[in-house]
Design a protein around this ligand. Structure first.
Ligand code: SF4
Length: 746
């Protein structure tokens, strides 16, 4: 058996450290996995999902050669030189004819896979691409916008130290989002001095640990949260003194909630007033409260408004910048953006939040005759045909484009519709990292070493992007020569001086910096870590922005010296390192708005009025159920697991239904049923469970992939979801409340 090597699980944002042994044919398989005790965040913790990582590394549908579509629709393998030349020529020609803003960029990474997006900035610059999106615009942009408006920063809950923890539409047993979530839930629930509140229509695994479970009716979270904030205001239980010193805009908020009909809103949400009052009593009386929301409300009705109400709930109780409250993490690289933007998408005029076009409008901005419609797409490390609503329409949109280029590991549903497919190395065949570093007071970064060479002709994205920029004639060759000379003659200090001077003279070079660094600094890095080069300015920038956090993490000296030391440490370590050690006051320093929280968001206070009309029925005689399309379960994961054999149970992803509904329909666990929505229909195996309330059904995420061998396991959810049902502020789709009907299949 081989020695243990370090890496990370890549299935969720936690990216737990792992140790693996390699074996199998030519040592190309991951045969044993255990938690890496030296990883500073996960400390040896793993959930069971990581055990299947070899199904990703050696998964179905792997790409090993560049492919070009032939006139008969099939693909032919081509060499890299041909692929790079033809892709460059086609995209440059399109840019010159239609304008670079007609070429859309989608993706750029996934969980634990964030360097491709950094390297793609050069291609986007050369082509003049103005519009882009990724999965964050499916889920998180409403919260990003609210965070941007209220804090000017990304905010997280300090669950490690809180007295009261609240999860809203979130089941960390499966979705995690905080380190060591299952161990944390067990420990927290045993502590008699701490209280767990869960707001969820489902009796989730997390709800089973809860002291208070507010089992809201599907799609009514806005009414429940408005009632809770209304109670705080009407009962005078907000912290007026604290708010006077730490916030602006209190008066409009108090006015907006003064008349909220609390009893009526609790009735709409289906939660007894006494239970809601108990939760509010606990929250307003607690020394510290940490709260997290997730897809249960972010892909649901009034999602942006609910994000706002969630934050008002704890801000009005003074739960920011305190131990066990909320904090702003030190950010090595902010990939969530500021949330704010006045830009709009070119055809639908949809709001662009954190630089991302809402996913729901992309297909419509292609399938039209508007002069500003998109004409081409570059899609990288993403599978939008499977992951975006109404897959058939998105596939139709891709087919109508002039050019589609896909960069990916596997022949996905999206890659099958491309003109060119460029094969990428897996996350275990290249240097890779995540920028989802959100912890506090210690924050961590983990640059992972490759475990394998890439098979065939697959390449890391850094190399693919460098070749594309070079083929387009956009690599500044003179500067590259001078940087190489500076590095050879004067070392990193001389290199830094020349690099900074180049950026000062031509600020636009910043987007090309990753590929320039990759070609110059990259080859000098130890162990072949060339793709880590783009982290060098990231480390230097962090040292300039956050010198004290970095010093507390053990990096001393002048800022530049600290930045260089941080970069060297990132490249040298193999189990992750602490790059920031914060104090609570740091959160205040990271706020915009003169270190004050902005309470009033006029658009959302106005939106509160919409609730007064009551909750429109989600169901009808034709569609009497509310389908949660995308439940997290034991064996659901993101779709980088393309081989369904990794699942030890629930192989088809059962349709969960309540006992009451099962009795009424005369259906039992194991039976087959047809689920039909306004958009499509699918067959599923039934599982009857009291976790679901009457009228509410669920299907899991991550199933329904079409493998090259013709196999498919489970339902492809986005054959059932619609582009039209989405939040009016952020455009995030309503996957958690899809009207549906269920019919028994003989
Ligand atoms: S919590 Fe589980 S799925 Fe997430 S990174 Fe850790 S092992 Fe992987």
């Amino acid at each position: 058996m081989s020695e243990w090597k370090t890496s990370a699980c890549i299935l969720c944002e936690c990216n737990c450290g792992i140790e693996v042994q390699l074996g199998g044919e030519d040592g190309r398989e991951i045969v044993r996995i255990r938690g890496d005790k030296a990883h500073p965040a996960s400390r040896g913790y793993l959930c069971q999902k990581a055990s299947g990582l070899n199904y990703y590394q050696n998964g179905k549908d792997r790409l090993t050669s560049p492919l070009r579509r032939k006139s008969d629709g099939s693909f032919e393998a081509i060499d890299w030189d041909t692929a790079i030349r033809e892709v460059s020529e086609r995209l440059l020609s399109l840019r010159d004819k239609e304008g670079g803003e007609r070429i859309f960029y989608y993706g750029g990474g996934g969980q634990g896979n964030h360097l491709p997006g950094a390297y793609a900035s050069g291609l986007r610059r050369v082509l003049g691409m103005q519009y882009r999106s990724n999965a964050l615009a499916q889920e998180k942009t409403g919260e990003f916008w609210v965070n941007g408006m209220m804090f000017g920063a990304h905010v997280k809950g300090d669950f490690e130290h809180c007295e009261v923890a609240i999860f809203l539409g979130k089941n960390p047993w499966h979705s995690h989002g905080l380190p060591r979530a299952r161990a944390w839930l067990r420990d927290f629930s045993k502590d008699p001095d701490r209280t767990l509140i869960v707001i969820d229509p489902v009796v989730s695994e997390t709800a089973e640990f809860a002291d208070i479970h507010l089992r809201v009716k599907p799609g009514t979270d806005a009414w429940l949260l408005a009632a809770m904030v209304g109670m705080l205001v009407q009962q005078g239980r907000y912290r007026a003194d604290w708010l006077a010193g730490h916030s602006t805009g209190l008066e409009p908020v108090l006015a907006a909630f003064a008349d909220v009909p609390v009893q009526q809103y609790c009735d709409i949400a289906g939660v007894p007033l006494s239970q809601v009052q108990r939760a509010v009593d606990v929250i307003s009386g607690a020394g510290s409260v940490a709260m997290a929301e997730d897809l249960g409300i972010q892909m649901n009705r009034h999602s942006t408004l609910v994000s706002y109400l969630e934050k008002l709930l704890w801000v009005l109780c003074g739960q920011f910048g305190n131990p066990g409250g909320q904090y702003v993490p030190a950010s090595l690289q902010n990939i969530a953006g500021s949330g704010r933007s006045s830009r709009r998408s070119p055809v639908a005029g949809a709001p662009i939040i954190s630089g991302l076009v809402p996913c729901n409008v992309i297909a419509d901005e292609i399938l039209c005759d508007h002069p500003d419609r998109y004409r081409a797409m570059v899609i990288e490390a993403a599978n939008p045909v499977h992951s975006l609503p109404d897959s058939r329409r998105f596939a139709q949109a891709l087919r109508s484009l002039d050019t589609v280029v896909v960069i990916d590991v596997a022949m996905t549903e999206t890659a099958r519709l491309a003109d060119y497919v460029l094969p990428a190395a897996t996350q275990y065949e290249k240097w890779e990292a995540t920028f989802f570093n959100f912890e506090f007071p210690d924050n961590y970064f983990h640059l992972r070493k490759p475990l394998f060479d890439a098979p065939g002709y697959a390449l890391p994205e850094a190399e693919i992007h460098a070749r594309l920029v070079e083929a387009m004639g956009a690599m500044p060759e003179q500067l590259v020569m001078e940087l190489n000379a500076a590095l050879a003659d004067g070392g990193r200090e001389a290199y830094r001086e020349r690099f900074m001077r180049a950026l000062a003279q031509e600020p636009g070079l910043v987007d090309l910096a990753p590929v320039i660094l990759y070609r110059t600094l990259g080859p000098s890095l130890p162990e072949g870590a060339a793709a880590a080069a783009t982290l060098w300015p990231v480390a230097l920038g962090f040292a300039m922005r956050e010198p004290e956090s970095l010093r507390r993490a053990g990096f001393d000296g002048e800022p530049m010296v600290r930045g260089e030391a941080l970069f060297d440490a990132i490249v040298a370590q193999h189990s992750g390192l602490v790059f920031a050690r914060d104090e609570y006051a740091d959160s205040w320093a990271r706020l915009g708005n003169e270190q004050k929280i902005r309470l009033d968001i006029p658009e959302l206070l106005d939106e509160l009025q919409v609730l007064a009309a009551g909750a429109a029925e989600l169901t009808s005689a034709e569609y009497p159920f509310v389908l949660m399309a995308g439940e997290r379960r034991d064996y659901s994961a993101n779709t980088i697991y393309r081989d369904g054999d990794w699942r030890r149970k629930d192989p088809e992803g059962a349709l969960r239904i309540s006992p009451q509904d099962a009795d009424r329909l005369g259906i039992a666990s194991g039976d087959r049923a047809r689920v039909t929505t306004r958009v499509g229909s699918a067959l599923a195996r039934v599982a009857v469970t009291p976790r679901m309330q009457a009228g509410h059904i669920s299907l899991p995420n991550g199933y329904g992939l079409d493998n090259e061998d013709g196999s498919r396991s489970g339902v492809a959810l986005n054959e059932l979801t619609s582009l039209g049902d989405c939040d009016r502020f952020a455009g995030t789709p309503h996957h958690k409340i899809v009207p549906a009907r269920v019919e028994v299949v003989a």
